[in-house]
Write a protein that binds this ligand. Structure first.
Ligand code: FAD
Length: 377
């Protein structure tokens, strides 16, 4: 049996990004995906910083459903703060099915192969070669593995990589046809209704993705009712039975994301922002970085993959360490956080910079935390 250079588990945005870059570098790649491309339906708000375009040599616009130039924040549906995002829209609402398929199709154009309906249920190493098996007994051999199968991945625990006990944000979400009373090119963030978290409304072409996430402690039992209040305020009739519940791994500390010939990316690596649940950008960054470090290892230019974990720490983790601290203080004292963080005169500019990826949490955190702690005393 031919031994592939890399077997990628999962064709979501992180796996697809890694596949695209590795295939472009000439590596022999196989992507193993449990579902079928045309049926894939990702639960995701679709909010994405336009800065990720720089990771691709092709245009991402076929996946963009709306370009956002204004973000509206509320506290219990009042006390509005509007942040106008200047210049070219730094924030897009994308269709996840289109984005993931666009990237994986480009990877295939560069020679990657995709095997659909391949549910990976066994990964083991025999000497230097990885053996991957599906639940139907199909078998594949590879020199290296990228674990990109999302928040429910069992593999980090099995291989002793990533967060020992992943921190889970609890999400509830729904997609509703129409625009309700949502203003054009505007995203909504509501902070007062949801305990220990926030609610969002992101417009797509003909629908609105609405949801809520809780980031610290237990989620409140009335979050679904509160989401319904939010949905009604947007001019829609809430349909409780269509609200979906999901757990999302969020960043919870600096961890080893590589082993011998194995790398974790995206949600499987628990990279999602613990304050705002931004997961697409770190999935793309990690897919890109994984491809660089794996390629160097495969062609013998580096002895191990440690550089990947270090690079993710530097490019993402250091900012998330501050994001986690901000989340812990903000969601514990949310009204103070809203008054001092969101309602500040400089906030709209800062928010625009965070959403566009120009600003890391570390840049704003020390001053913000100091303000919150002083006020909380
Ligand atoms: C309700 C909700 C709203 C969100 N909104 C946003 C947002 O607006 N903006 C944002 O940036 N982030 C958002 N996120 C987070 C974002 O969706 C994730 O961080 C992102 O999808 C991570 O990409 P990934 O490639 O790591 O994993 P995924 O996109 O989950 O891809 C994993 C892939 O692996 C496949 N797979 C799983 N198990 C196996 C297996 N055993 N064998 C083979 N294949 C397998 C899956 O089918 C899937 O295709 C949201 C998340 C939720 C839950």
């Amino acid at each position: 049996m031919k031994i592939k250079d890399v077997a990628i588990i999962g064709s979501g945005v992180s796996g697809a990004t890694a596949a695209f870059h590795l295939a472009k570098l000439g590596r022999d790649i196989v992507v193993l995906e449990k579902s079928k491309k045309e049926n894939s339906c990702k639960i995701c708000g679709g909010g994405m910083s336009s800065s990720v375009q720089k990771y691709f040599s092709f245009d991402l616009s076929p996946a963009i459903e709306e370009t956002i130039n204004s973000v509206e924040f509320t506290w219990e549906l009042k006390d509005n703060v509007i942040a106008d995002l200047p210049g070219l829209s730094p924030f897009w609402i994308i269709n996840r099915k289109y984005l993931d398929n666009l990237i994986i199709n480009k990877a295939i154009d560069h020679g990657a192969s995709l095997i659909e309906e391949f549910f990976v249920n066994e990964i083991k190493k025999d000497g230097k070669v990885w053996e991957v098996k599906s639940n139907r007994g199909e078998k594949l051999l590879a020199k290296s593995i990228i674990i990109a199968d999302g928040s429910n991945s069992p593999w980090p625990k099995i291989f002793g990589l990533g967060a020992r006990i992943p921190q889970k944000a609890k999400t509830i979400s729904i997609t509703i046809k129409g625009r309700g009373n949502l203003k054009d090119r505007t995203s909504r963030f509501e902070f007062g209704l949801i305990k220990h978290g926030f609610a969002w409304a992101f417009p797509t072409k003909d629908r609105v993705n609405i949801g809520a996430g809780t980031f610290i402690g237990k989620s409140s039992t009335n979050n679904k009712e509160m989401l319904e209040v939010f949905i009604s305020s947007l001019g829609f009739k809430p349909k409780q039975e269509e609200i979906q519940e999901n757990l999302l791994n969020v960043w919870n500390g600096h961890h080893r994301l590589d082993g011998e010939g194995i790398i974790l990316t995206g949600d499987a690596a628990s990279l999602c922002d613990p304050f705002l649940a931004e997961g697409i950008r770190p999935a793309i960054i990690s897919g890109y970085e994984a491809s660089k470090y794996l390629n160097n290892w495969l062609i013998g230019e580096s002895k191990n993959l440690k550089g990947y974990s270090l690079s993710m720490k530097e490019k993402w983790g250091n900012s998330m360490a501050w994001g986690k601290k901000i989340a812990q203080v903000f969601y514990r004292f949310p009204l103070i956080g809203y008054q001092l963080g969101v309602k500040r005169a400089t906030a709209p500019k800062r928010i625009a910079e965070i959403l566009s990826g120009d600003l890391g949490y570390g840049d704003i955190a020390q001053r913000a935390i100091k303000r919150l702690i002083m006020k909380g005393k």
